[in-house]
Ligand binder design. Structure first.
Ligand SMILES: [Fe+2]
Length: 348
């Protein structure tokens, strides 16, 4: 059953309060023709109820020739605000931007965040937002994991399916997403719940074996047969297997971009409210897979853009039953998260 407008506004109110929205603050709601009207109305109503100075800015959508369907997540790094001084000025003038448009990873978005504006992206259908309402406990859990990930020098990921991947870390920060943006300059995404870190360029090596049940985003499908990825010098060199491998190989090749094969951010899911099964239950075009990215204990493997090496081809691939080690310290064992206060050292 769909949620009522009152329920959606109530959810927004809770998330805006978590985001430390105060009376008198300037809140800007960014929308476009593909934004969900129920989310627009709920966000505007909640912001007004909190006595903020709320305004809506409606922008034209962007489109890229490589988009396979009308999924804003398919292409990375372009957005409706690039070079749009009017929009950028308004966003910088706001205390908080609610992004119902999808601006993730775009250069103009980073410029806005640097000015101190905080931003919260919400794009999933209301039913998914309701299932994965963020909480202070989510923040505690995710920040504890982020802190454990922040000090390492080397990571290793293994699985019984055959994954054995290593990489050096330290050149890029460990990032935490927990579903609300309460600090100046912070960006977050509702719903979420994971840690992610770009590994040192050129250092990822080994193999990644995608097994049945792993999810490839933005395909929004479960892998049905093993896909073997060979990785050298920080990038995928071979993709082998059956039809699933052939499809993935062809999809990436169509971008005609060598940067598409770079190993990007690696991390693990920390959100018990998110469901691994959600991709199978939702209309494929209605979701872009945040529950898949966040479900508890997944190894979130990704490819494509990293700092200084942009690529429009970005894949997020949540994998099950993997173990994730930071400096030989287990963070996840065979898909089970080891909470930060229960870790045991493992000999190398
Ligand atoms: Fe990603």
């Amino acid at each position: 059953m769909p949620l009522s407008p009152i329920q959606i506004a109530s959810m927004w109110r809770e998330v805006l309060i978590l985001s430390n929205v105060q009376a008198g603050e300037k809140v800007l709601v960014l929308t476009s023709s593909h934004s969900n009207p129920a989310l627009i109305e709920g966000a505007m109503r909640a912001a007004a109820e909190l006595n903020t100075k709320v305004a809506r800015l409606d922008l034209l959508p962007t489109w890229h020739v490589a988009e396979g369907r009308s999924d804003a997540t398919t292409i990375d790094g372009i957005s409706a605000i690039e070079g749009h001084d009017l929009a950028i000025s308004a966003m910088k003038a706001a205390d908080m931007v609610i992004d119902l448009l999808w601006l993730i990873h775009s250069p103009a978005q980073k410029e806005v965040l640097k000015s101190g504006t905080r931003m919260l992206l919400a794009y999933e259908p209301p039913e998914v937002l309701a299932r994965v309402m963020p909480s202070l406990e989510d923040r505690r859990r995710v920040l504890a994991a982020r802190n454990a990930y922040a000090h390492g020098k080397r990571i290793r990921i293994t699985s019984d399916a055959g994954t054995d991947l290593t990489a050096d870390i330290g050149d890029f920060p460990a990032n935490a997403e927990y579903g609300f943006a309460e600090q100046p300059g912070r960006w977050d995404h509702w719903p979420s719940g994971f840690v992610a870190r770009v590994t040192n360029l050129g250092t990822a090596r080994g193999k990644v074996v995608l097994a049945p049940g792993d999810i490839i985003l933005p395909f929004n499908t479960y892998v049905q047969s093993d896909i073997h990825l060979a990785i050298e010098d920080g990038a995928i060199t071979h993709i082998e297997g059956g039809f699933d491998a052939e499809y993935l190989r062809a999809y990436m090749k169509d971008f005609n971009d060598p940067n598409a094969y770079t190993v990007s951010h690696l991390g693990w899911g920390l959100q018990p409210k998110a469901r691994w099964t959600a991709i199978g239950m939702n209309d494929k075009s209605s979701t872009f897979g945040m529950e898949a990215r966040a479900f508890y204990g997944n190894f979130l493997f990704s490819t494509g853009p990293v700092a200084g090496r942009p690529s429009p081809c970005h894949l997020d691939i949540p994998m099950r039953n993997c173990s994730f080690f930071v400096d030989n310290e287990p963070m996840v064992m065979k898909g089970e998260v080891i909470p930060a206060d229960q870790k045991v050292s493992r000999p190398s």
